[in-house]
Design a binder for this molecule. Structure first.
Ligand code: ZN
Length: 307
């Protein structure tokens, strides 16, 4: 049976009422996914053939040419899922709408799923949110480093020290943020990060007076530093308030939702924070995240738990 043409409004922004009205039923979720994945109609993921038969009962298609059987979630981050699609949709909604992030425990309670499932779901959605092509930052860019982690309940100071992780961040004023875990705040590390995330023609880079930042400017790019030690926080246009705002967001999220983020999962978590920040004015964040869940490869559970 040929697939009937569906044209859901894929550009509409999302709120909870609309989410429930539109995606409270499994077949509607599936139709939405199909419209996003195959806007010009279903085709075989193996050979590209457009003539496919619908195996309606199994929610699958079979390629008329090579016999490949597939569904809308085949080879995506939702691959092999045993979870109802509406739970994926609700989880994506909760994670993308939350300003400070959601822990897998909160998700477990909201969705009534097993802890392992909630954890897996959170990681897959976060991985999807991190899959963004990152353009170099331009204009005025603030750079700063911070330390997260530390105290672990019921464990001593040594454990606290070992649990500390340093993060560097760069924010384009009025634009996007880039965050990265770094081994230390030495000159090589910070210069490499700045080279990586900023454009050659970035107008200005503002930092604090940490000596490692010396020399990040050149003939195209002005470098100015505020001297926090001398209690100087703002000098005209020169300050790092924007990136410090990102740090407070980050720390509130870690304290509020994540409690302890293990060093291993911190990069994924930073991706999520950046994605949310960079999409703060995107009314289609829900749809864009669902799209990413569809476009990217499966992230096997084994890969997530591997040391
Ligand atoms: Zn085929």
């Amino acid at each position: 049976m040929a697939r009937t043409k569906r044209t859901p409004e894929v550009t509409q922004s999302m709120n909870l009422i609309r989410l429930i009205e539109r995606f409270g039923a499994e077949d509607r979720c599936r139709a939405y996914l199909e419209a996003l994945r195959w806007p010009a109609g279903v085709f075989c993921g193996r050979c590209g053939e457009r003539k496919v038969s619908h195996l309606a009962k199994r929610h699958q298609y079979e390629c008329d040419s090579c016999g490949y059987q597939f569904s809308v979630t085949t080879n995506t981050k939702m691959h092999d899922t045993h979870l109802p699609l509406w739970k994926w949709f609700l989880a994506t909604y909760i994670i993308t709408e939350s300003k400070k992030g959601v822990s897998s425990n909160q998700l477990r309670r909201a969705l009534k799923v097993a802890p392992k499932t909630a954890w897996y779901l959170t990681h897959r959605i976060r991985a999807a949110m991190g899959d963004d092509l990152e353009a170099p930052l331009l204009g005025t860019v603030e750079v700063d480093e911070t330390v997260v982690g530390g105290k672990i309940r019921g464990r001593g100071r040594l454990a606290a020290r070992q649990n500390k992780t340093m993060i560097v961040g760069a924010v384009q004023r009025g634009g996007e943020v880039r965050l990265q875990v770094i081994p230390g705040n030495d000159r090589d590390t910070l210069h490499a990060f700045i080279r990586n995330v900023t454009h050659d023609r970035t107008k200005a880079i503002y930092t604090d007076s940490l000596p490692s930042y010396k020399g990040v400017g050149d003939e195209n790019t002005l470098h100015e530093a505020v001297n926090h030690i001398a209690n100087e926080w703002t000098r005209g246009d020169v300050h790092t308030n924007t990136v410090e705002g990102v740090w407070s967001l980050l720390k509130r999220s870690i304290i509020g939702s994540y409690h302890q983020v293990s060093a291993k999962h911190l990069p994924a978590y930073l991706s999520e924070i950046s994605f949310r920040y960079n999409n703060r004015r995107n009314p289609y964040l829900f749809r864009d995240t669902i799209l990413r869940l569809l476009e990217t490869d499966a992230l096997p559970y084994e890969m997530l738990i591997a040391e």
